[in-house]
Design a protein around this ligand. Sequence first.
Ligand SMILES: [Zn+2]
Length: 263
Amino acid sequence: MLSKIKNYITDNTGILIRIDDIAENMNWDIMEKSELLFEKYSIKPVVGVIPNNKDSEFLVYPKKNDFWEKVRNWEKKGWEIAMHGNTHVYDNICSKSDDFFNYGGGSEFTGHSLDTQMLRIRNGLKKFEEENVKIRTFFAPNQTYDKNTFIALKNCGINEVLDGYGIMPYSENNIKFIPQLFNKILLLPFGIQSTKLHLNEWTQKDFNNFEKFVEKNKNKIITYDHALKRINNNMFYKFINILSKKILRLKRLSIDKKSEFKA
Ligand SMILES: [Zn+2]
């Protein structure tokens, strides 16, 4: 009995490495160090690629001319390439109540018409297609979505999203969600989680901390497919999902959005 419980916990506990804001222009120094680290421990992260980046915040970083070649190489290594918006330009501000996950703030999608949202997703997918990169999963810039975003995604053939509440992947309205709860890297004693890493903001010290985290927890770092296989819609996890949403909404009021490591 005890070993059964232990196995259940082991099978259903893990952290997926999700890296945001991967684009031609980015902090390549930290990205290359991270790639070597993943190589060393055979880790397969999810990289959120911005297909047509126009975000001026990122354009200040060095540009990699063979960027798409690099993306195809990552794909070959078994990394999951996710679509992270289209241009990553926030041209709308949404309130917490207009945002599906209640974060609120700048958005590339929330508040726009279904047609506009579909056009943006199609333009993004077109770029991936031209570059011969397969896309099955999406996460929006600034984690902001509305109901039309999910309709647009489904209309464009995407039904996996790397965002959401709870401690277990779940499906809702024919979309598979893998929860992403914390800004800091936090490993829960139970459940499947995803990180949200912004390498552009990292210093060498942040990387060193990440390296230590990976070394210590390498056995708990899972792949995207592993997370997908853990989709669980039972009532207990639904309850936890609602609870985590309520708790995190309150907690977020006091957390600095940008601190990934700074405790
Ligand atoms: Zn982003």
